[in-house]
Design a protein around this ligand. Structure first.
Ligand SMILES: [Zn+2]
Length: 385
C-alpha cells in the first residue's frame, strides 16, 4: 500500500462516524487534504448541520468525468466482541482491522489518493469524488447531494461506487422498501370479542395478503437467475400488539419490507397491497368504523441494473485485473439512486469483502487495497492528457 494511502486510511478509520453521530470532522479533514492540492470541495449539509456530503472535482469542469463515490458512515461497534480497537487502524497479518475498513473507508482512502494524484496532471476528463453520510440507515444522506448534482450542467459519464466487492464489477442489486403498518380495531372485553374488531386479527389478515403477494411475485413477477433468490421478496420483520388476554386489542403494528428486482415496480406493488388492505378494512368496518389499516413508508431506495454492454462498463473493463467478472449482489447500495437521479451508468466495485462488513474485527486485506490502487491508477491513467 502506498504510504500516502496508508496515512489517509489511518486517519479515516480514527473518525467515529457511526451513522447516529456527526461526520463533520471527517468531511473537514478530507476538504483540507484536497485543498492542499488546490481542489475545492462542495459541502452539502443535512438540516441539523451536523452531517454533510462532500463533492469535489479535478480536471476540466465542462466535460463529463469519472465519479468515485463512497459513504463515510459506519455501523456501530458497541455490543460487538472486538479484540482490537474499533476506531483505530490495526495492521496485522496482511490485514488492516478497524470499523469501516472494508465498508468502506479503504476505498475512500484510495479515492482521495487518486484525486491528489489527478491534481498533479492535466486531464482530458475530470476525476470526481462524492462522499455521503447516513448510507447505513437507508441511503438517506446522499439524496441531498444528488439534488445538487442533478442540477449541474454536466453530469459524470460513469459512477463507481466503492462498496466492497473484492474488486469484481457489480452491475445489479435489488431495491428495497420498508414500511410501518398500523392495524386498528375496537377495544372490548374479551367475552364480547365477536362484536368488536380485534386489531391483531386485522393484522393477521393483512399478513396473509402480504404472503399471497409474495406467492404472486414468485410465480408471476420478474425473474433474474443472477440472484440467490431470483424474484422479489416480501417479509414481515416485527409485530407488536395487545395488552392482556382478556382485552380485545385496538392496535397492532407491524413492519414489513419488500426487496424488489428493478423490473418489478415497487409503487405498483404497494398500490395493489393497499387495495387488498381496503378489502380487509371494509369487512372489519361492518363491526366498527374505527377499523383501519394505515401503511407508512419508512424508506425506499431503488435497485440497480446496469447493462454490461454500456460504454462506461466497457471503458472500466479495460482497467480491471484479469479474471474480473460481473455480478449481482444481495446488498443494497447508493448506486440505484445515482442511476435514478443522474441517469449515469453505475458500477459497484471496491476492495474488500462484504463478508467482513458490519462484523466485529472488521478488516480488509492489504492485497485488496493494492488491487484497488492498481485499478484506480489505471482509470486515472486513461483520464490523463
Ligand atoms: Zn457500505
Amino acid at each position: 500500500m502506498k504510504p500516502r494511502v496508508q496515512a489517509i486510511f489511518e486517519r479515516l478509520l480514527a473518525f467515529e462516524t457511526v451513522s447516529s453521530e456527526s461526520n463533520m470532522a471527517l468531511i473537514e479533514y478530507v476538504r483540507d487534504v484536497l485543498l492542499g492540492k488546490g481542489i475545492e470541495s462542495l459541502i452539502v449539509k443535512d438540516e441539523s448541520g451536523k452531517k454533510a456530503n462532500l463533492f469535489a472535482s479535478t480536471g476540466p469542469r465542462e466535460l463529463p468525468g469519472v465519479l468515485l463515490s463512497g459513504h463515510t458512515d459506519v455501523v456501530p461497534a458497541v455490543g460487538q466482541a472486538w479484540t482490537v480497537p474499533a476506531f483505530q487502524a490495526t495492521f496485522r497479518d496482511g490485514r488492516v482491522y478497524g470499523r469501516g475498513s472494508c465498508d468502506m473507508k479503504g476505498f475512500i482512502a484510495l479515492a482521495i489518493d487518486a484525486m491528489l494524484d489527478a491534481a498533479d496532471h492535466s486531464l482530458n476528463r475530470p476525476l470526481q469524488l462524492a462522499l455521503s453520510h447516513d448510507e447505513e440507515i437507508g441511503c438517506v444522506g446522499v439524496r441531498r447531494l444528488l439534488d445538487v448534482l442533478h442540477l449541474a450542467p454536466v453530469r459524470p459519464f460513469l459512477c463507481v461506487i466503492g462498496e466492497p466487492t473484492n474488486m469484481q464489477f457489480v452491475l445489479g442489486h435489488k431495491g428495497k422498501g420498508s414500511y410501518h403498518t398500523y392495524c386498528r380495531g375496537l377495544e372490548a372485553h374479551s367475552s364480547l370479542a365477536p362484536r368488536s374488531v380485534n386489531a391483531i386479527h386485522v393484522a393477521c389478515d393483512f399478513i396473509a395478503a402480504l404472503r399471497r403477494s409474495q406467492q404472486q411475485l414468485q410465480e408471476q413477477g420478474a425473474q433474474d437467475a443472477d440472484y440467490d433468490v431470483p424474484y422479489s421478496t416480501v417479509h414481515v420483520g416485527q409485530i407488536v400488539g395487545g395488552k392482556a388476554l382478556n382485552i380485545v386489542p385496538n392496535l397492532c403494528t407491524l413492519d414489513f419490507e419488500v426487496r424488489n428486482l428493478p423490473a418489478d415496480d415497487l409503487d405498483q406493488f404497494l398500490e395493489h397491497l393497499r387495495e387488498q388492505a381496503e378489502v380487509i378494512v371494509r369487512e372489519a368496518k361492518k363491526l366498527s368504523s374505527v377499523a383501519d389499516i394505515e401503511i407508512q413508508t419508512l424508506n425506499v431506495y431503488p435497485g440497480l441494473d446496469t447493462h454490461p454492454s454500456v460504454e462506461a462498463v466497457r471503458f472500466l473493463k479495460d482497467f480491471a485485473a484479469p479474471g474480473t467478472g460481473t455480478a449481482k449482489v444481495s446488498f443494497g447500495t447508493e448506486g440505484g439512486l445515482f442511476k435514478q437521479r443522474l441517469d449515469v451508468p453505475v458500477v459497484v466495485c471496491g476492495p474488500g469483502s462484504i463478508e467482513q462488513a458490519h462484523k466485529p474485527d472488521e478488516f480488509i486485506e492489504v492485497s485488496q487495497m493494492e488491487a484497488g490502487e492498481r485499478f484506480l491508477a489505471q482509470v486515472l491513467g486513461s483520464l490523463k492528457l
